[in-house]
Design a protein around this ligand. Structure first.
Ligand SMILES: NC(=O)c1ccc[n+]([C@@H]2O[C@H](COP(=O)([O-])OP(=O)(O)OC[C@H]3O[C@@H](n4cnc5c(N)ncnc54)[C@H](OP(=O)(O)O)[C@@H]3O)[C@@H](O)[C@H]2O)c1
Length: 334
C-alpha cells in the first residue's frame, strides 16, 4: 500500500474495459492506478498518460514482479487469462481477472488449482453481486415477494461492428456466450445455486467461427430454469425477468446498472412497485472497494473465484457443447 494506506493496482493490458469502466471506478473507490503493462512501450506510455496511471511498464511479467503493486487487474483477451493469472498468483499477487475467468474448462480448473495451492486471492470480474441493486433483489426474493423463483429470462446483447474485435476470434476465445452469455449464466448461479442439471443452446456462427447470436436453456432441479439469449447483433439490452408463482421482478439492467435503470415488482394482488437500481456509483466500484478492504484486512473475502467460477465454467461449457451450428448471417468476418 502507498504511504496513505491506499491499495496500489496494476493493470495488465491496455484494454478498453480498463479505460472505460475499471479505472474510473478505481478512482471512486480511492484506489491507486499505480501502473499499466502492455506489449508495446509507446502505446503503453500513451495509455498511461491518457488514463492518469502513474507508470507504464513494458511486458506483463515485469508488472507482476513489481514490488510497488499490491494487486493486479487482468484485462486481456479470454485466451490469455489463464497464463497471466497463474503467473500472478504464483508470484503471490491477488488478482481480479476479467470474465470469463477462462474460455476453456480445463484452463479454469488449472487456474483454480493454483489459487487453492497458493492461497492467493482471486476474483472473477462479475461485479453485479456486490451492488446494492442485487442485494435488494435478493431480499425481495427471500421475503417471498414472487413466491419460489422458478424461471429467469435473461439476455445480454450489444452491437459489435468492428471485425477485428477480440470477441470475433476463436483463437482469443471470443464468442457471445463467453463474452456476454456468461452474465445470464452467472445470475442463474447466484439465484438458483451452482448445480445445473441440463443445458441446451443453439448458435449462429460468425466472426472466424465463434457464436455471435446464441440462445438456450439451463435446467435446475424441480423444473427451475434459465432461458438465456445473447449476441453481438442488437442494440444494448440486458433486460432480465425473475418469475415466480406470485409475480415477477423485471430488471432493466441487473449486470451494469446506470442512473436510469430500475427494477419493478409486478404482482396480480397489488399495484406494481418500481425501485431505482441505486446505481449512483460506477458498476465496478463496490467490487473494487471490497477487494481493497480484504487486502487491508478489514473484510472477509466474498465471491472468490475458488467458490464461484468452476460452476460458471461448467455451465458455459455444457451450453457450448450443445450448439448445433446452422449457417447464418452474423456480424463481422462470416
Ligand atoms: N466485466 C465487464 O464488464 C467487461 C466488459 C468488457 C470486457 N470485459 C472483458 O475484459 C477483457 C478485455 O476486453 P476488452 O474489450 O477491454 O479488450 P481490448 O480492448 O481488446 O483489450 C485487450 C488488451 O489485451 C492486450 N492483448 C494481448 N494480446 C492480445 C491479442 N493477441 N489481441 C488483442 N489484444 C491483446 C492488448 O493490450 P497490450 O497490447 O497493450 O498488451 C489489448 O489492449 C475480456 O476478457 C472481456 O471479456 C469485461
Amino acid at each position: 500500500m502507498d504511504a496513505s494506506g491506499r491499495v496500489r493496482w496494476g493493470v495488465i493490458g491496455t484494454a478498453n474495459i480498463a479505460r472505460g469502466q475499471f479505472l474510473p471506478a478505481l478512482r471512486q473507490a480511492d484506489g491507486v492506478a499505480a501502473a499499466v503493462a502492455g506489449r508495446d512501450p509507446a502505446r503503453t506510455q500513451q495509455y498511461a498518460r491518457d488514463n492518469e496511471i502513474e507508470r507504464a511498464v513494458t511486458g506483463y511479467e515485469n508488472l507482476i514482479a513489481d514490488p510497488a503493486v499490491d494487486v493486479l487487474y487482468v484485462a486481456l483477451p479470454n485466451a490469455l487469462h489463464a497464463e497471466w493469472t497463474i503467473r500472478a498468483l504464483e508470484a503471490g499477487k491477488p488478482v481480479l481477472c476479467e470474465k470469463p475467468l477462462c474460455g476453456r474448462l480445463s484452463d479454469t480448473e488449472s487456474v483454480l488449482a493454483v489459487a487453492e495451492e497458493t492461497g492467493t486471492l482471486l476474483w472473477e470480474a462479475f461485479v453485479f453481486p456486490f451492488q446494492p441493486q442485487m442485494q435488494e433483489i435478493r431480499k425481495l426474493l427471500a421475503d417471498g415477494a414472487i413466491g419460489d423463483l422458478m424461471e429467469i429470462k435473461s439476455g445480454f446483447h450489444f452491437l459489435l461492428s468492428n471485425p477485428a474485435n477480440i470477441r470475433l476470434s476463436t483463437e482469443l476465445e471470443g464468442g457471445a456466450l463467453l463474452d456476454v452469455g456468461c452474465y445470464p449464466v452467472r445470475i442463474a448461479q447466484e439465484l438458483f445455486g451452482t448445480d445445473h442439471e441440463g443445458a441446451w443452446a443453439h448458435a449462429v456462427i460468425g466472426g472466424d467461427g465463434v457464436d455471435v447470436d446464441t440462445w438456450g436453456v439451463l435446467d435446475y432441479a424441480h423444473g427451475r430454469r434459465l432461458m438465456l439469449s445473447c449476441g453481438f447483433g442488437r442494440s444494448y439490452d440486458t433486460f432480465t425477468t425473475l418469475e415466480g408463482p406470485a409475480g415477477q421482478i423485471r430488471i432493466t439492467n441487473p449486470f451494469h446498472p446506470g442512473r436510469g435503470d430500475l427494477y419493478q415488482l409486478v404482482t396480480p394482488r397489488a399495484d406494481d412497485l418500481t425501485f431505482s437500481a441505486h446505481a449512483e456509483e460506477r458498476s465496478f466500484t463496490a467490487a473494487i472497494r471490497h477487494i481493497q478492504a480484504v487486502i487491508k484486512g478489514n473484510e472477509a473475502p466474498r465471491q472468490l473465484a475458488v467458490e464461484t467460477s468452476l460452476a460458471t465454467a461448467r455451465a458455459l461449457t455444457n451450453l457450448a457443447l450443445s450448439f448445433s451450428r446452422p449457417a447464418g448471417p452474423g456480424p463481422g468476418r462470416s
